[in-house]
Write a new protein. Structure first.
Length: 344
């Protein structure tokens, strides 16, 4: 498996795969073969699979079939030109394929970037994504582990791939949900019935359909505190000094949005630790104790970019600041301050 991935990586970097047909025929089938699937048997790897709810335009490029022809996973190949990625078309295809007969796992790939979806989740297709990896730049240990755990024939036939996908999806959902509710939870502790902060987090995420224990919430809160910026030294605040001078100052916009905070942390990791984008995203995910997919989504999908587009912006900080300012206009000062020119 490792030799196959190394060879595929070298071919991706040399731009050997020119279109979707080449990705399907020379890359995806090769990966599936290395994962133990009989790519020559359409009863096991069915190309151009059409479920009862599919039409010819929305069928899956591949279906991985269990005994009796039951599909366990769909693979959709979608290649696009330019720095902007639009997942609506392939995700609509997945929605059509899964209508009426849900598989365990679905994949959207352009050969380089692989997005894994836990298709049995009740949420919409975008929220089912639990793992993303880059075949060209991410560590091969992680790429190989993800492919084997979620897509190998042995793990799929035994039901272990489905269990692993569900665990990974739930872990990703918990971390994202707790981040999203944290500001509301901090306000809730000052209102009747005055819950503890972990209890407030548990209550708010449960309303989102996410189950988190108070112990998990407490551990997450401690991790947030560990990575919080150091307090300012004692002394008169800027706001107080402005009032002494008779000046008026607009109110601060409040805490950074979770998405923007992740992006800025990635930017700072590339400077402080001299990491590339993929390594920085993994470092931020480890520190936040969330799946790296949520960090990558913040930097790419939620900005209307793909990995290449975000990397290009990292090399041009003026363009990056301008792009972020369009998406987060209320946080211009923070963006300009933290998205500085790359330090040598």
């Amino acid at each position: 498996m490792r030799e196959t991935l190394e060879d595929i990586r070298s071919k991706i970097r040399s731009q050997a795969y020119r279109n979707a047909a080449q990705v399907r025929g020379a890359l995806v089938t090769r990966v599936l073969h290395a994962l133990g699937w009989d790519i020559w048997d359409p009863r096991e790897v069915c190309a151009g699979f059409m479920s009862a709810s599919c039409d010819e335009q929305s069928c899956a490029d591949f279906a991985l079939l269990l005994s009796g022809g039951v599909p366990a996973a769909y693979v959709i190949v979608e290649t696009q030109a330019g720095p902007r990625v639009d997942l609506r078309r392939p995700e609509v295809r997945l929605e059509h394929c899964n209508r009426g007969r849900t598989v365990d796992l679905s994949v959207i790939t352009d050969g380089r970037t692989w997005r894994l979806y836990y298709s049995r989740a009740e949420e919409g297709i975008p929220s089912q994504c639990f793992r993303t990896f880059d075949m060209a730049d991410d560590g091969l240990d992680g790429v190989e582990s993800a492919l084997v755990s979620f897509l190998s024939k042995d793990q799929t036939v035994g039901g272990h791939a489905r269990e692993a996908a569900e665990r990974s999806w739930r872990a990703s959902r918990r971390g994202t949900a707790m981040e999203e509710v944290m500001s509301r939870a901090r306000k809730a502790v000052f209102e009747p019935p005055y819950p503890s902060l972990p209890a407030a987090v548990v209550h708010l995420v449960s309303a989102m359909g996410v189950s988190v224990s108070e112990a998990e919430a407490a551990e997450f809160i401690q991790e947030l505190r560990r990575r919080a910026p150091a307090p300012e030294p004692p002394g008169p605040s800027v706001r107080h000094m402005a009032s002494w001078a008779g000046a008026t100052r607009p109110a601060a916009p409040g805490p950074l949005p979770v998405t923007l905070a992740k992006i800025l942390e990635v930017v700072e990791e590339t400077d402080r630790q001299h990491l590339d984008y993929s390594e920085a995203a993994e470092a931020v995910a480890r520190r936040r104790r969330i799946d790296v997919t949520t960090v990558r989504d913040a930097c790419t999908r939620k900005l209307g970019l793909d990995t290449t587009g975000f990397r290009d912006l990292l090399d041009d900080r003026d363009r990056l600041a301008a792009h972020l300012s369009k998406h987060f206009p209320d946080f211009l000062d923070q963006v300009r301050e933290r998205v500085a020119a790359r330090r040598e």
